[in-house]
Design a protein around this ligand. Structure first.
Ligand code: NDP
Length: 269
């Protein structure tokens, strides 16, 4: 994986992923593979940016001629505030993962990218979905799922955060007092528990046998959540397909060209 640049020493390039940390990101490989597949002369680099530096970093990159950036942890909320022209969804969820530096505009491809992956799993509205977590990713996905017509349940370790999230979004979602997956076709782990080697609480004995366990985190091994699910006999899905789907949507938003999905997928496997 390419070593991230400090934003003050950023090279000349067209696109970047910004975050802190950002060294784990597979986005540079994925976007570079897309340019190669389409013989486009573009470049995409990883750049480390601390939360307090986002605004000066974006001005600096715009001056260097960068066209757009993806944002990862912990910059998505700040990115939504930075944009002069956030789209309607960004305004509502307060989180942006894709910026256009020429236009000062922002969009969020996490939610539609995630939704793109569901038909392939045989999951359609109005299936019931349990969202575990109430952070930035849960926010975007809860809003996206509810709007798409899914019946959404949310459980978070800190229940007040789940209640505040659902209230703030005005989403048609029910906050649960316990992690009960009964009746859900999809159990979606949006927590960052895997980063500390943990799985979020779940009443596995109440899960439908055919429920699919989906973790937004991806890596070379199953996360603790997916490992538990696999041991109970559930089908498991990690966040790699979503990574590709959201990346493809960012690519298309910036360049107006259909993204070469197969090349992007191969690059991150
Ligand atoms: P946030 O920091 O905003 O939210 C973290 C959430 O995880 C909170 O709800 C927190 O609960 C919960 N949590 C953390 N540790 C535990 C634990 N040990 N047990 C139970 N709950 C826990 O993170 P994001 O929403 O931005 O990202 C979440 C994950 O999703 C990250 O791992 C990220 O990499 C991944 N992601 C993947 C994408 C992809 O394309 N595949 C896209 C976007 C995100 P509490 O409120 O109680 O603290």
């Amino acid at each position: 994986m390419a070593r991230p640049h400090d934003w003050r020493d950023a090279p000349l390039a067209d696109f970047a992923v910004l975050g802190d940390p950002v060294s784990h990101s597979r986005s540079p490989k994925m976007h570079e593979a897309a340019y190669q597949a389409l013989a486009m002369k573009r470049s995409y680099v990883p750049i480390e940016v601390k939360l307090d530096d986002l605004s000066p970093a974006l001005s600096h990159l715009a001056r260097l001629g960068y066209r757009g950036v993806n944002l990862t942890v912990p910059l998505k909320e700040a990115g939504a505030k930075w944009a002069e022209k956030p789209d309607e969804f960004v305004r509502r969820v307060g989180s942006a993962n894709t910026l256009d530096l020429l236009e000062s505009s922002a969009t969020n491809t996490d939610a539609p990218g995630f939704l793109d992956t569901l038909p392939g799993l045989g999951i359609w509205p109005p299936s019931k979905v349990l969202v575990l977590g109430a952070g930035g990713a849960a926010r975007a996905l809860t809003a996206g799922l509810a709007e798409a017509g899914f019946r959404v349940r949310v459980f978070n370790r800190t229940p007040e955060r789940a209640e505040a999230m659902v209230r703030g979004l005005g989403a048609a979602a029910e906050v649960l007092g316990e992690p009960n997956p009964e009746g859900c076709s999809l159990i979606l782990n949006t927590t960052s528990a895997a980063l500390s080697g943990e799985a979020p609480d779940l009443q596995w004995n109440r899960a439908d046998r055919k429920a699919i366990a989906y973790d937004l985190t991806y890596g070379s091994e199953l996360t603790p959540f997916l490992l538990k699910a696999a041991l109970q006999g559930h089908k498991v899905v990690d966040g790699l397909d979503m990574l590709v789907a959201q990346g493809a949507r960012s690519f298309e938003w910036w360049l107006g060209v259909a993204a070469p999905l197969d090349a992007m997928r191969r690059a991150v496997e």
